[in-house]
Design a binder for this molecule. Structure first.
Ligand code: MG
Length: 305
């Protein structure tokens, strides 16, 4: 966690962008946007932005509207937004704070004060992110994160090596998710991911089973001590459970609703190291996609690369 924190500075006037960037670039990584559209694009391209400094008066889309749109995606709800503006009336400030800004800085601003306030907010951001990683949970879907999965996979792989027991792993991908996001919007995309995570979590029962968000629209299901028949059954149930949520997907070639493709493998630790188990499951996932998506393809270790 020693990475530089990222600040997005949004202001239509280049002199403000330059001043703020000079003030902060020694301590932080600075991204710039000169209007609302650009700001939203930067944010979509850099989900790890830690804080946004947002001008209010900008042509076309003003800062209030930008904030409204930012807050539409659950992925962004934790990113603190600070208004920095010459609209200095208490009513303006009230409006900004009510919309969800965490702070309000008046222009002309005092560089030292800006810096100190940002330091305070960014300290909280760092602590929250650290906590998320430490507890092993994904902030959006509230299921395990990739780090927790990596640890669990290694632990179960060791157990399989000791006991010679079977280990099943499924890789899961939301079908045509990019098209979903592009057409239905990121806010709907977040809901689809949350519902998918919840449906997946609902299909496992034993304490050692784990559902995790692997990244983006990819999930994993780790099923220790489970044979291929049992694991396939669980995967089939997960696949059906997600489609039965009936989240309209107007741009999927697989169904009218949000669906997933699942590729899985059952093997023992002697067949492959943990990284290869993921790769093998991924090959079956690829096959599930090739064969039309919204389905489960399960195999054994015979696909060794
Ligand atoms: Mg302005």
């Amino acid at each position: 966690m020693i990475d530089q924190q990222k600040i997005l500075v949004v202001d239509d006037e280049s002199i403000n962008r330059n001043t703020l960037s000079k003030l902060l670039e020694d301590s932080y990584e600075i991204l710039l946007a000169k209007n609302g559209v650009q700001a939203l694009k930067r944010l979509a391209d850099n989900p790890s932005i830690d804080l946004i400094l947002l001008d209010v008066m900008m042509p076309e889309m003003d800062g209030y509207e930008v904030l409204r749109q930012i807050k539409q995606s659950d992925q962004n709800t934790n990113i603190p937004v600070i208004f920095i503006t010459s609209k200095n009336s208490p009513e303006d400030e009230e409006k900004g704070l009510k919309l969800g800004a965490i702070d309000y800085i008046n222009k002309p601003f005092h560089p030292i004060i800006v810096k100190l306030r940002l330091e305070n907010h960014l300290r909280s951001v760092r602590q929250r992110k650290l906590l998320e990683v430490m507890v092993g949970y994904d902030g959006l879907t509230e299921i395990a994160n990739r780090r927790k999965f990596d640890e669990a996979l290694y632990k179960e792989w060791l157990q399989s090596r000791r006991a010679g027991s079977l280990l099943s792993l499924a890789m899961i991908d939301v079908d045509f998710f990019k098209k979903f996001n592009d057409n239905h919007g990121h806010a709907e995309g977040d809901i689809a991911l949350k519902v998918t995570a919840k449906s997946l979590a609902g299909t496992i029962q034993r304490p050692a089973d784990l559902v995790a968000r692997y990244g983006g629209e990819e999930f994993v299901l780790l099923l220790p001590d489970t044979d291929a028949i049992g694991a396939t059954l669980i995967a089939e149930r997960a696949c059906a459970a997600i489609e039965s949520q009936k989240i309209i997907h107007g741009f999927s070639e697989a169904s009218d609703f949000v669906t997933v493709s699942i590729g899985g493998v059952t093997l023992t630790a002697t067949d492959a190291p943990p990284e290869s188990i993921i790769k093998i499951a991924d090959k079956y996932l690829y096959r599930a996609k090739e064969e039309g998506r919204n389905r489960v393809i399960w195999g054994g270790s015979e696909i060794i690369m």
